[in-house]
Design a binder for this molecule. Structure first.
Ligand SMILES: Cc1cc2nc3c(=O)[nH]c(=O)nc-3n(C[C@H](O)[C@H](O)[C@H](O)COP(=O)(O)OP(=O)(O)OC[C@H]3O[C@@H](n4cnc5c(N)ncnc54)[C@H](O)[C@@H]3O)c2cc1C
Ligand code: SF4
Length: 463
């Protein structure tokens, strides 16, 4: 049978309507659409898509189950490799991973693997499918620092292997960036994130919130006083960078992290919450990654007319293609090949404008991307009353500075080998705290790899 070169389109909220609300943009596939899309998979003998997946989900196997209408079986296949499928189906950069290498994509659209994964996970949740399985406990205590995707994936795998797992989380809510960073309109918190975290709790994982490791308890104390036999550090990279340009200390200049945390974690977008948030009428978001898109689309939904200011061209935008497309549809203005030089401040200390300079692309730099260089004399001013900086993040130095002997590199990232082992015996690390800001699935992959290595270490020492 000939394969349809065009994927089954996914239904979405209309751009004009969604630009004014925080409800989810994409509705996902229904059962008929999912089964139709699943027919496009060739069930390859040597599936490239699996090689492109950082947690090696058995993709053709689950897609064949979807094709047959066996959705519970499909959910069980995915559950073997991923504890956060409804999250990953929504936010993974599939276009550069599994879908980027799908052979159907050579002559047409690749199979919509992400949308199929999302469908299976949502169906499984809506039908209360229990994917826990039987666990034989071994009573050995393992501690996890941070409840983001790295920590949760590591915790889930270790709990399935029988360990007594406790996650320590600094915030009052769990989920890391899934909860405080990625907005509700892309990743619903109650329906999706909290449900998947609860599924990890059902494996026996305990999550202790409001515990700052390095302040409330140190890693040494976890090992020496609390009886943890190994620790995984998945503390992310939550410390924002700034440009160092004049005016950056003005009222109305925020990091994207602070802005999104106020809105997502502290629910500033809901009238009933008293979290203060002042959103300008004209907002510039500096940067071009997923975080910048999220900040811009959030500001837009809070009533601002919003610009993305990015120093390279559209081709180099690091954000997911789908996010850029959605941002444009919603009316975000893209000032590309543009770099801020100075933030203007009025007599009350508030932002009142942004001087930018036009850029052009020169020779490739260390990252392989063409280096942006200023066009002399091309300065111009944008009238904005708020600037959100989204220039990347670094790990917070707290854990490294309170854990003697824990090596970090010059970017303050924890140094870990391919198994996630740090410079200290029994202490593992993974996710953004090791790699710097990356992706949900790479953090989960690192958590899973470390869980396997920790199991090997603990088995040899204690079992
Ligand atoms: C706004 C935004 C949008 C993004 N969009 C996407 C996307 O669409 N697709 C994608 O794949 N990736 C996206 N990312 C990146 C992705 O979310 C991260 O790469 C991923 O969450 C990293 O996981 P992690 O577990 O390493 O860290 P995090 O998710 O940062 O979790 C770390 C956790 O550790 C906690 N913690 C830190 N220090 C301590 C301490 N001392 N004690 C106790 N707890 C501590 C933190 O509070 C946090 O909960 C986005 C990131 C942001 C900020
Ligand atoms: S590469 Fe594409 S067609 Fe082949 S198994 Fe994977 S999803 Fe199916």
């Amino acid at each position: 049978m000939a394969i349809n070169p065009v994927k089954v389109p996914v239904r979405e909220q209309e751009a004009k309507v969604r630009a004014t609300n925080f409800e989810e943009v994409c509705y996902g596939y229904n059962a008929e659409e999912a089964m139709e899309e699943a027919k496009r998979c060739l069930n390859c003998k040597n599936p490239k898509c699996v090689q492109g997946c950082p947690v090696s989900i058995s993709i053709p196997e689950f897609i064949q189950e979807v094709k047959a209408g066996e959705f519970e079986k499909a959910a069980k296949v995915i559950a073997k490799s991923s504890s956060l499928p409804a999250v990953c189906g929504r936010v993974c950069p599939q276009e550069t991973q599994c879908e980027g290498v799908c052979v159907v994509g050579i002559k047409g659209d690749p199979v919509s693997i992400g949308k199929l994964e999302r469908f299976v996970a949502d169906w499984s949740r809506e039908n209360n499918i229990d994917l826990t399985g039987d666990i034989e406990k071994n009573g050995i205590k393992v501690g996890i620092v941070g409840s983001g995707p790295a920590g949760l994936a590591c915790a889930g795998d270790l709990a399935k292997l029988g360990y007594d797992v406790t996650v320590f989380e600094a915030f009052h809510e769990s989920g890391g960036v899934l909860t405080y960073g990625i907005p509700e309109f892309r990743l619903p918190k109650e329906k999706v994130v909290n449900y998947e975290i609860d599924s990890i709790r059902k494996l026996g994982v305990k999550i202790e919130n409001n515990v700052i490791v390095g302040r409330t308890i140190t890693i040494d104390e976890m090992i020496e006083e609390e009886g943890f036999k190994a620790v995984f550090i998945g503390s992310g990279a939550g410390l924002p960078s700034f440009m160092g340009i004049p005016g950056e200390n003005a009222n109305g200049v925020l990091s994207a992290n602070e802005f999104l945390t106020r809105v997502n974690l502290m629910k500033a977008y809901i009238d009933d919450y008293d979290t203060p948030i002042r959103v300008g009428k004209h907002v510039a978001v500096v940067g071009g990654g997923n975080v910048a898109m999220d900040a811009a689309r959030t500001a837009l939904r809070l009533g601002a007319d919003t610009h993305i200011v990015y120093r390279r061209s559209e081709e180099e935008l690091p954000a997911r293609v789908e996010e850029v497309h959605h941002a444009k549809e919603e009316g975000i203005i893209f000032d590309l090949l543009t770099n801020p030089k100075e933030i203007h401040v009025d007599e009350n200390g508030n932002v009142c404008g942004l001087t930018c300079v036009k850029m052009e692309l020169g020779e490739p730099d260390d990252s392989g991307r063409r280096r942006p260089v200023e066009v002399p004399g091309s300065e111009f001013r944008i009238d904005v009353d708020m600037v959100i900086m989204s220039l990347g993040t670094k790990p917070n130095p707290l854990i490294a500075s309170t854990t003697p002997g824990l090596d970090v590199d010059k970017r303050r990232c924890i140094v870990a080998d391919e198994d996630g082992l740090t410079s200290l015996e029994g202490i593992y690390a993974g996710g953004d705290t090791v790699t710097g800001a990356a992706t949900v699935i790479s953090a989960m992959g690192a958590g899973r790899v470390a869980a396997a290595a920790m199991h090997k270490y603990l088995k040899e020492k204690y079992l």
